[in-house]
Design a protein around this ligand. Structure first.
Ligand code: PMP
Length: 451
């Protein structure tokens, strides 16, 4: 095997990493991970790190889970790939039923793809085509309504409905236009309110937006409860229900992007459960395969599926499907993931861990430069500020958030930053003592960098 130095050289010379500050990245020696076990990562020098963000990506049960390893190996011995274009496979078929059984009632048709971005892209196309077909190709419902600051992926459709300003500025002429709703952000209320005079203007705002654009919208896209990449922004209670009701009122398809929040991360298997709503389409990825193989699913209702059926005389279809759609290896991993959830009572065992994490986070609020801590389940955002009283942020050029993450590595913990919001998203398998380690290391790193 190559030495660490050789790998770092190749990384700098031949690899193009996504979403990095590229000029800076090119000068750095990267931490190269060689293996993982449980909640820990090992680098090529034999150093160990607690993976404090593994569930942000996919590894909800940590790394190298023996039961899931075994299921993937068994599937590998049978067949690694077969197409869904004209054939069906055992794992893809069985997984569809397993998903339908645990999703909100009424979501019964599973369309597979291979990343969160494609799950969203599929949802947008299904919604658009369904609305057009409902009015024989002549519907005015051609727009999408979505949230400011939202992240739904990096394909053209998912960027279009995303709300990241920099993405929109860069790809402006490639994107389709839509309407953006102001995201509730209680710590810095965009409507100029605070806790004492909050009258839920964000609820009225979304209602007005749908009143204005409801008749020309195909769908409304939302990350239920938590906008992850926006900085772990948590919607106020009842907001999702309000959006659900508005979509019903205006005949708009509600697309719930549970790519980040799904599979236990908000404390329930799916975030929609917490407000007891059923979207018309749900997008799943990341945690679906517990980090083993690329897999995503867009799941919708019988009513929407039936809109694509047609009769025997006409050719009707949904124009989408890739080579790896419903890959059997990935589906076998996803079934083993769901088995793991069930057999190990993962969601039940998670509750005391969430309580412990919340206690530790509350104590951290005393730090001089922590303005707010947002938490739901294991999803946590710690917003760092220059001045607590005025909420004034640090200067962007100081890169405080990034420095905190680098400092945490010295304590053997991997965390992530979104600007000056520190993101903790440990695996659901984290232990109470590992939560202590995660919070202690984060506290020390914040103190060292900011005080
Ligand atoms: N939707 C949400 C809410 C996400 O957080 C992400 C990824 N961060 C995506 C979609 C895109 O997923 P992927 O990176 O697998 O394409």
């Amino acid at each position: 095997m190559s030495t660490t130095q050789e790998l770092q050289h190749i990384d700098r010379t031949n690899v193009w990493h996504p979403f990095t500050q590229m000029a800076e990245w090119a000068q750095q020696d990267q931490l190269i991970i060689e293996s993982g076990k449980g909640n820990w990562l090992m680098d090529t020098e034999g150093n160990q790190y607690l993976d404090g963000v593994s569930s942000l990506w996919t590894n909800v049960h940590g790394h190298c889970v023996p039961e899931i390893d075994k299921a993937v190996q068994e599937q590998l011995a049978k067949i690694a790939h077969t197409t869904m274009l004209g054939l069906a496979s055992v794992p893809a078929t069985e997984l569809a039923k397993r998903l339908v059984d645990i999703l909100p009632a009424g979501l019964t048709r599973v369309f597979y793809s291979d990343s969160g971005s494609t799950a969203v892209e599929v949802a947008l196309k299904i919604a658009f085509q369904f609305q057009q077909q409902a009015e024989k190709g002549d519907s005015d419902r051609i727009k999408f309504i979505s949230m400011q600051n939202a992240y739904h992926g990096d394909t053209i459709g998912s960027v279009s409905v995303g709300g990241m300003d920099l993405f929109h500025a860069t790809y402006k002429h490639m994107l389709f236009q839509g309407e953006k709703v102001i995201t509730p952000y209680c710590y810095r209320c965009p409507f100029g309110k605070d806790k004492s005079n909050c009258d839920h203007e964000c609820f009225q705002h979304v209602e007005d937006a749908l009143e204005a654009h409801g008749s020309t919208a195909a769908a409304f896209v939302i990350e239920p409860l938590v906008q992850g990449a926006a900085g772990q922004l948590m919607h106020p209670e009842g907001y999702l229900t309000h959006v659900r009701n508005l979509c019903t009122r205006h005949n708009i398809i509600l697309i719930a992007d549970e790519v980040a929040v799904g599979f236990g991360k908000t404390g329930t298997m799916f975030a929609c459960e917490q407000e007891n709503i059923t979207p018309d389409i749900i997008c799943l990825a990341k945690g679906i395969s517990a980090g083993y193989l690329p897999l995503a699913a867009t799941v919708t209702s019988e009513e929407i599926y039936n809109g694509f059926l047609g009769n025997h005389e006409e050719f009707k279809t949904f124009f989408h499907g890739h080579t790896y759609t419903g890959n059997p290896l990935a589906c076998a991993a996803a079934i083993a993931n769901l088995d793991y959830f069930e057999n190990n009572n993962v969601m039940e065992k998670l509750q005391p861990k969430i309580a412990h994490l919340q206690n530790r986070l509350t104590a951290m609020l005393e730090l001089k430069h922590i303005g707010e801590i947002r938490n739901r389940g294991v999803m946590t955002g710690i917003e760092l500020v220059q001045d607590k009283a005025t909420k004034a942020p640090f200067a962007t050029a100081e890169k405080i958030g990034h420095k905190v993450c680098m400092e945490a590595r010295k304590h053997g913990v991997i965390i992530r930053n979104l600007g000056d919001v520190i993101v903790l998203m440990p695996p659901l398998s984290i232990t109470l003592s590992e939560i202590d380690l995660l919070c202690n290391a984060t506290t020390e790193a914040i103190k060292t960098v900011t005080e």
